[in-house]
Design a protein around this ligand. Sequence first.
Ligand SMILES: Cc1cc2nc3c(=O)[nH]c(=O)nc-3n(C[C@H](O)[C@H](O)[C@H](O)COP(=O)(O)O)c2cc1C
Length: 194
Amino acid sequence: MGDPTNDGVDGAAATGVDQAPGPPLPAERDRVLIAYASQGGSTAQIAQAIGLALLDAGCDIDVRPARQVERLTGFTCVVVGSALYHGVWLPEAFKFLRRHRAALAKLPVWLFDSGPLDRSAEGHLLPLPRGVATLAASIGVRGHITFGGKLGRTDLTVAERLLVIEGRGGDYRNFEDIRGWAEQIARALAAERA
Ligand SMILES: Cc1cc2nc3c(=O)[nH]c(=O)nc-3n(C[C@H](O)[C@H](O)[C@H](O)COP(=O)(O)O)c2cc1C
């Protein structure tokens, strides 16, 4: 009869007692904040897609509305995004850039916005709204991209209904491009660590 306590698992290892040192800890991971402003929810989904791609690439992520972020302590990279309305960013995202300008200037930062209700953003670099561009220059952002937007067909405001009547409703977000852009960020971060 064998030892009745022997269930085939090394007892020391199973209890964590007297273990030999394990493999070295993995290199410290990037911790990326994806802060966004979204009125109708479609930019929030873009932020989440960026977060998932960065997670898959081995980063720790925190995806949250810009207005909920109090400080940037602990983050090694920040991605900031906003929906475009009437040619400008939503106030929460703009205020986020302004409030955290000094901390952001010490981190790698990328910006995105979402809006065009057509394919005009695909493969083209569109300019940032002027106020955002000035802040972006003072922060020294690494890059900016515009993604197509979405105008849903439910719960529309009067302004949105007018755009739908003009035939501009629809979903122009390209999630392959969104993922590809996030993967470029992950590669840039990995290159800096190497
Ligand atoms: C009243 C109104 C104004 C808009 N103005 C712009 C604009 O100036 N530029 C742009 O690219 N998209 C514009 N859009 C499209 C929105 O940016 C698009 O629907 C976006 O996906 C909304 O994001 P959200 O769902 O995160 O709020 C506008 C949409 C509405 C309803």
